[in-house]
Design a protein around this ligand. Structure first.
Ligand SMILES: Nc1ncnc2c1ncn2[C@@H]1O[C@H](COP(=O)(O)OP(=O)(O)OP(=O)(O)O)[C@@H](O)[C@H]1O
Ligand SMILES: [Mg+2]
Length: 277
């Protein structure tokens, strides 16, 4: 039975059948340390609808990557349960695909060869080649299929990494600061690209970022992780639903209000920078 704090999912009108539902029920994670148990996450409750884009914001070290790893089955929570489409997560999750801040491409393979690594095992050759072409087209790299990673820009490498993750046809796409290593302009372009990709392949997305504007540009909902007390465990402090108008006007008054609210939640004074706490 879900806890009373379980957050209600927002329904979506159009849902692709490969988009998964993700439910986190009282998830906690602690690590044994020499000085005692280090509780990182405590009582995290979240219900993500199929096809929803949820962005996780929080200070460095608060447990964002730990949370994503737990959903992917790469790490096991010490308490609570995670279900994807009603099935418990136990071990590396075939329904999830991960992309990180660094694209982690194999330098000796072409971009097409790198994307092909993401194809489900046993995909027949011709179908695989068609799918790789389709995905490279989706991320705007149709003309670069034969290039090696060293011959393309950081943004192109990251687009390849996104295509490789999508090649798995994942129910859940987990993105851990995917644009964190890119320059500001490329980052904005990648945000637009991710939205286009999501419109064409509306999988469920759980994305971590430090960037409040990025969160507001991409998210259906923004989940803010934080602590109640300075040395307390981290849980969900706030969840905001971003109005569903797209394309979003980055300068709109509504987004400015939400930005101020999130910065406050992160403990950042808009005029004087981070508060000491
Ligand atoms: N395997 C581990 N053993 C011990 N402690 C760990 C382990 N993995 C994570 N931690 C601790 O859990 C906390 C959260 O780490 P995590 O990497 O999830 O933070 P984060 O929010 O992703 O940070 P950042 O924004 O810097 O990437 C940190 O205090 C970290 O030291
Ligand atoms: Mg992290």
């Amino acid at each position: 039975m879900p806890s009373s704090a379980t957050l209600t999912a927002r329904p979506r009108a159009v849902v692709d059948d490969r988009a998964s539902e993700v439910v986190l029920d009282r998830v906690g994670r602690s690590f044994p340390m020499r000085s005692g148990t280090h509780v990182v996450l405590h009582d995290v409750n979240l219900h993500i609808s199929p096809g929803e884009v949820v962005v996780v914001l929080g200070a460095s070290g608060c447990g964002k990557s730990t949370l994503l790893r737990a959903v992917a089955g790469l790490d096991t929570p010490t308490s609570g349960r995670i279900h994807i489409d009603g099935e418990p997560v136990r071990g590396a999750e075939p329904r999830c695909a991960f992309a990180f801040q660094e694209p982690l491409l194999l330098p000796w393979r072409t971009l097409a060869g790198n994307v092909a690594i993401g194809l489900p095992r046993g995909t027949p050759g011709e179908e695989g080649r068609r799918r790789v072409r389709e995905l490279l087209g989706l991320v705007g790299l149709a003309d670069f299929a034969g290039h090696r990673p060293r011959a393309v820009s950081g943004g192109m490498a990251q687009r390849t990494s996104l295509a490789r993750a999508l090649a798995r046809n994942p129910g859940v796409l987990l993105l851990d600061e995917p644009f964190g290593a890119l320059d500001a302009l490329t980052r904005l372009k990648m945000q637009d690209l991710l939205l286009d990709v999501h419109a064409a392949a509306p999988t469920t997305v759980l994305l971590v970022t430090h960037d409040v504007d990025e969160a507001l540009q991409l998210a259906d909902r923004v989940v803010l992780l934080g602590r109640d007390a300075a040395d307390g465990p981290v849980s969900i402090k706030d969840v905001i639903t971003v109005p569903d108008d797209r394309p979003r006007d980055r300068g709109s008054a509504v987004l400015a209000d939400l930005r101020a609210h999130l910065l406050e939640g992160l403990g950042v004074d808009r005029h004087n920078g981070a508060r000491a706490r």
